[in-house]
Design a binder for this molecule. Sequence first.
Ligand code: ADP
Ligand code: MG
Ligand code: ZN
Length: 619
Amino acid sequence: MNSKNKKNKKDPEVKPPFRGIGGNFIIIFILVTAIFYLYEYFNVRGNVENIPYSKFITLVNEGKIKEVSISESKITGEFKDLMAGKSHYFITIPVKDEHLIDLLKSKNIVFQGEVAPSFWGNLLSWIFLFYILSLLWSLFSRKMPSGMQGLFSLTKSKAKVFVEKDIKTTFNDVAGIEDAKDELKEIVQFLSDPKQFTRLGGRAPKGVLLVGPPGTGKTLLARALAGEAKVLFFSINGSEFVELYVGLGAARVRDMFEQARKAAPCILFIDEIDALGKSRTGHVGLGANDEKEQTLNQLLAEMDGFDASTGVIILAATNRPEVLDPALIRSGRFDRQILLHNPDQIGREQILKVHVKKIKTSPQLDLEKVASITSGFSGADLANLVNEAAIVATRRGSNQVEEADFSLAMERIVAGPEHKKKYMNADEKKRIAYHELGHATVSLSLKVQEKVHKVSIIPRGMGALGYTIQRPIEDRYLTVQEDIYKKISVLMGGRACEKIFFNNFSTGAADDLAKATNIARAMVTQYGMSEKVGLAIYDEQPSPFLNGPYQQFVTRPKSEMTSQLIDQEVQSILDNCFKHSYQVLEMNKRFIDQEVEQLLKYETLNETEISNAWREYGV
Ligand code: ADP
Ligand code: MG
Ligand code: ZN
């Protein structure tokens, strides 16, 4: 850390955020008091019995009254015990009775006068009034047409940017995503000493986009980066920019960048940027859309408007990268993207290790085992699991958390209504492992243009139970017929492998088959690759340059016979590829069995692991 950083820490110009918190506090306070007094009020009233004056006198004579207060319009008081009536208290309308006081004295009953209305009643009505006023206020200030803004300028543009310094989170709190940390280390270096970093003229990335499913630690990683670099951390949620008033979002963006620039070196973090950076070409709506567009344009302009040497690094996170405006991710803006995945076996173990530090565990606790039953869990799920396990152990009265507590907590989370997670039994896992290795093996054996990059049986997203990632060896602009056959064969590999090792099929291949069918159909109707159908084109892709919502797939008219022929040809391509796939897998049973074992153990296999094994066992 250099001296510039130190100076910044004491920089008085950076104001802490206060809006939000202050306003909410008052409203919550009012609500709580109102509820409290309402409760008291009705509770007391509910316990009050209305009795006639005559009965009151009888009760006094019988000594069943404890104390009374007397006002002009009513006499209230307390029964001595519940036997006298169902309630604690009573109320009665007084008649003119000169002997009452003497009677009360003779029975030794405490009595007092009372000024109506009561103190509590008064207070209550005040609080009520105040509460209703504040409700009205908040309704008004939200729904107001823009012309009236001036009147209520109090609620206007105070960007809810949170500024923090001395963040305690470090990379040690983030586990299981070593690649991501490695990439960010460079930025730590830059932030702690910009001069040294740029001495050869290289420039640091301007923006880094963290992409990954919810709970994979994006927000955590951003904070950790600030903690490591020991710089100020400005954070704002993308949804904060989406305001009803036109122009306010853009003003917030401008404001935020200005603050950040003054405080450099620092990190500016926009969480859930998809709320703001949605593709502009989408649906055309009314006002709200205009506003979004303005805000986004402002963000783009601000990002272009400064160079990285100012020492501001912009970090953003999203779990929906597909909706982001392409302009945001082009180079010069968020030009670096870091992908975060749900952790694999080893990753989960490391994340668990971080989180169990906060609880008291039994020395026999085997985190490897816990990790092995939690496939599909995100980092956030694991943090939650550790907490639940601690609660289970506490309830059990134990003074340390044991493995059984984790199992119980696990069941609660998996079976619980809010946390439905994919929970795969051993049989399913095994089938998925064979399926995925089917894809990988065919790919390796046919030496397709793509390398097997990763095989995994960690469920991902809604549909996929496992996945095989292939990466292209080089950029390709043309695909020859043979490669297309290979591609379809690889897609068939999953199903063929299930057939070989289980002698039946599962629903797991539906997606593969859909893709394969599309490709086969395209061969026949778009690329003229079927001899029987010939060179005539029946389907046409819309132009890639005019991609818009109105572009449609063009299908040319064709005779009944041609349609049949096309279907037959598609069918035969798929059949042939399946057979080919099947043969390849039959030859490689040894390799597959071997790797399935590894896959079940570690859940992911990377490129080197697979290619090493292939060199040894592959045919
Ligand atoms: P995201 O922003 O990706 O949705 P968060 O960063 O908010 O996820 O993660 C929520 C919590 O889950 C974190 O505060 C942390 O306790 C836990 N967590 C998530 N990922 C990790 C990880 N890789 N290592 C340690 N803890 C993690
Ligand atoms: Mg987050
Ligand atoms: Zn598949």
